[in-house]
Design a protein around this ligand. Structure first.
Ligand code: BGP
Length: 475
């Protein structure tokens, strides 16, 4: 059998897309609370538009999510019924440090996560915790420029210490920053803003370096404070093909990969890749790395590599290429004429999944963990809330088959597989609820209206059988 004993089948969510309860338990305001559903969402994320906290023109889904904050017991019971071995969720930083710069943690926030962990363990489900999934206390952005601040590492260390201190004896699996390559690809994602281009480049590199140090700190403290802990990094897959076999197109792919690999290379190898340092030099950016920092990074590399995989894309060096723009997670290239697409225009590419698994394993020679994969689309429930989602089963089956082949035929070492949005949650990219990934339907619309009732889709029973047979029964 391809899947090893103890393979961690399960599902994944993130705090800002599921929890809600934004003003409960002492939680502070976060950047994600100010991101509305609809066309203004990305402008806010990019710092081009600032909405006041009391804005009434927009709907802000991170404030209510799917109310996991109050319903986690009911939801975890459903995950247990599916037979989950593992459940990935993230901690909202502002539940632990509401403003981010306090010296003592908010105990009520820690209580909440400990209760979630205890509930999972009660069913024998391993928690897999993303320490930071796109969120940051808004106070740190307003008053300290986020990761642009020289105090950012001190604040983050307090956060890590509080979380590991409370959960370290119960949780073995940890992830540093979600999709760190996306988060670090623009200064705006780090809370850094500057009018002048050169200044922005300099400040972004400094902020990125603080994030790299925070990752090393996470591994160091995680190993120190959590017995037997495994700490991994998390990459947005960003897999691109050359649009044609022209060498110029292939070179575009190499450059793109460099951009996307930097933060994973750092965490896996313990130092910056030369292509990154050369790129900084070309931009006239000076990055100072002290001997102590270099040692911290060198001595605290991650134990495994995790990643999200939804789609692939294509790149061309020709600005006038006759091809349509494609959609995709986090990064947009050209449409691939060989592949079908989802309703949101994301190319469906199960073989690309196998290729990526091979590439990552060849590059890092560390175990992999697939922590996000799934189909985001609309569902039509019947009057009982049941959804006949064969299309979702097809997507998942095709990907799991390729995963199996990568393990069995290519010898890739994989620790687990968690379906993204195993219960319907709010989309990170668009803020829509109508873009659903779940095997559990949640009755709520894009405005946040609905009964929030949970009901099973056809994929619920299908996934239960997949897990029960350890991947042998995919029918
Ligand atoms: C990744 C994120 C998730 C997630 C997923 C699907 O980028 O880590 O938070 O939501 O993609 O994207 P979307 O929600 O935009 O469909």
């Amino acid at each position: 059998m391809a899947f090893p004993d103890g393979f961690l089948w399960g599902g994944a969510i993130a705090a800002s897309q599921a929890e809600g309860g934004w003003q409960e338990g002492g939680r502070g305001v976060e950047n994600v609370d100010l991101m509305p559903v609809g066309p203004d969402r990305m402008a806010v994320a990019m710092g081009k538009l600032t909405l006041p906290l009391d804005d009434t023109e927009h709907v802000f889904p991170a404030r209510y999510g799917i109310d996991f904050y109050h319903r986690y017991k009911e939801d975890i019971a459903l995950f247990a019924e599916m037979g989950f071995k593992c459940f990935r969720f993230s901690i909202a930083w502002s539940r632990i440090f509401p403003n981010g710069d306090e010296t003592r943690p908010n105990e009520a926030g820690l209580d909440f996560y400990e209760a979630v962990v205890d509930e999972l363990l009660r069913y024998g489900i391993e928690p897999l915790i993303t320490i930071t999934h796109f969120d940051m206390p808004q106070h740190l952005i307003d008053h300290y420029d986020g990761w642009g601040s020289t105090r950012a590492n001190e604040f983050y260390r307090n956060y890590l210490t509080a979380v590991f201190g409370r959960l370290g004896n119960k949780v073995k699996w940890w992830l540093t920053f979600n999709e760190i390559n996306l988060m670090c690809s623009m200064g705006e994602g780090l809370g850094v803003f500057a009018e002048d281009k050169q200044e922005m480049a300099q400040r972004t590199a400094e902020a990125v370096h603080r994030v790299a140090l925070a990752c090393a700190d996470t591994v160091r403290l995680g190993h120190q404070m959590c017995p037997g802990a495994k700490v991994g990094c998390m990459k947005m897959s960003s897999f691109a093909y050359a649009y044609t076999c022209s060498p110029a197109d292939q070179l575009e792919v190499v450059k793109h990969d460099h951009d996307m690999d930097t933060m994973i290379d750092v965490q896996a190898r313990g130092y910056y890749p030369r292509y990154y340092l050369k790129a900084l030099e070309r931009k006239g950016v000076h990055l100072e790395i002290t001997e102590e920092e270099a040692r911290l990074m060198r001595e605290n590399t991650v134990d495994f590599i995790s990643f999200s995989y939804y789609n692939t894309t294509c790149l061309s060096a020709d600005p006038n290429v006759n091809a349509k723009k494609g959609g995709g997670n986090g990064f947009v290239g050209l449409q691939n004429p060989y592949l079908a697409e989802t309703a949101w225009g994301w190319a469906i590419d199960p073989v690309g999944f196998r290729i990526l698994l091979n590439q990552l394993y060849d590059r890092y020679n560390k175990p992999l963990f697939v922590v996000e994969n799934g189909l985001g689309t609309t569902d039509e429930p019947d009057e009982n809330g049941y959804v006949d989602d064969d299309y979702r089963i097809d997507y998942l089956r095709d990907h799991i088959e390729q995963l199996e082949t990568a393990i069995e035929e290519d010898g890739v070492e994989v620790l687990g597989y968690t379906v993204w949005g195993c219960i319907d949650i709010v989309s990170a990219g668009t803020g829509q609820m109508s873009k659903r990934y779940g095997m559990i339907y949640v009755d709520m619309d894009d405005e946040g209206k609905g009964s929030l009732r949970r009901s099973k889709k056809r994929s619920f029973d299908w996934y239960r059988k997949v897990i029960a047979s350890n991947g042998a029964d995919l029918q």
